[in-house]
Design a protein around this ligand. Structure first.
Ligand SMILES: Nc1ncnc2c1ncn2[C@@H]1O[C@H](COP(=O)(O)OP(=O)(O)OP(=O)(O)O)[C@@H](O)[C@H]1O
Length: 252
């Protein structure tokens, strides 16, 4: 499945936050969104996962305009791991992950053995099986993030939208989450703060600055010291290790 946006504009009050954003994903491509705080990454993702309605422009899933697709149908195509996950009621971990199955069911349809197997497998994938009966609100930030990823996995969609998914995670779980997502072999659009993580896992990166696309390309072609200076105003060196993997080092 391909996700495209065409000339998205979004205002908060009189302030224009997205100033004409067009991005194109290929089938099963892992796209990273980078850029400084406040550059518009989350806002762009919220337009894609329908929390915000753009003032101008449109989002397309395989060429079909998102706003014309029923919400339940789009939930079978797009799963989301957002930054903040607060619930007004307390749910167990298992109940949260089971929510990922709801787009596949009719109203009031009971959870069946297949759903339970999918939930079990999703919890296993993120290493949270032993937390299945725990209350979600008692988990640490990183544990909650892994449960929300499990819910997205249980949704079994051809596209995943991630908003800084490695926030709260230690390095082991940052790498684990990115590997799980990469191995799903689905279309991914993910905001990523850590440029080294972006370089390791993204096929292509769009850089946002002040609500505009400031650059686009493979990690190697885009993440040069000059471009990093232009975007973040910091000095960096880009080196390759023996395996050919690139590393960005920040220097004073
Ligand atoms: N509800 C809102 N009302 C007004 N301004 C908002 C609102 N939400 C976001 N903004 C502003 O929109 C701009 C873009 O925010 P956004 O969250 O998209 O940035 P970001 O690139 O995801 O940043 P970060 O890296 O800090 O997560 C920021 O200046 C932010 O203050």
């Amino acid at each position: 499945m391909k996700i495209n946006t065409e000339d998205l504009h979004l205002f908060y009050g009189a302030k224009e936050i997205l100033k004409g954003i067009s991005i194109q994903s290929k089938e099963k491509e892992f796209i990273g969104l980078i850029g400084p705080n406040g550059s518009g990454k989350s806002t762009l993702l919220k337009c894609i996962y329908r929390t915000l309605k753009p003032d101008q422009g449109a989002v397309y899933l395989d060429g079909e305009e998102l706003s014309t697709i029923r919400v339940k149908d789009s939930a079978r195509k797009l799963a989301v791991v957002a930054q903040h996950n607060h619930y007004n009621f307390d749910f167990t971990v298992q109940e949260i992950v089971m929510m990922g199955r709801s787009p596949h069911k009719k109203a009031l349809e009971r959870d069946n053995a297949g759903d339970h197997a999918i939930v079990k497998e999703a919890l296993q994938a993120v290493g949270m099986s032993e937390f299945a009966d725990r209350s979600f609100s008692t988990l640490s930030g990183g544990e909650q993030q892994r449960v929300i990823l499990a819910r997205a996995l249980a949704q079994q969609t051809p596209c995943l939208i991630l908003d800084e998914p490695t926030n709260h995670l230690d390095i082991t779980h940052q790498l684990q989450l990115m590997r799980i997502v990469k191995n799903l072999n689905v279309t991914v659009i993910s905001a990523v703060h850590d440029l080294n993580i972006a370089a390791m896992f993204c096929d292509r990166i769009y850089a946002l600055k002040d609500g505009r696309i400031a650059g686009e390309g493979t990690p190697e072609s885009l993440l040069t010291p000059e471009f990093i200076r232009e975007i973040y105003d910091v000095e960096a060196e880009v080196v390759k290790d023996k395996k050919g993997q690139m590393h960005i080092l920040f220097v004073e």
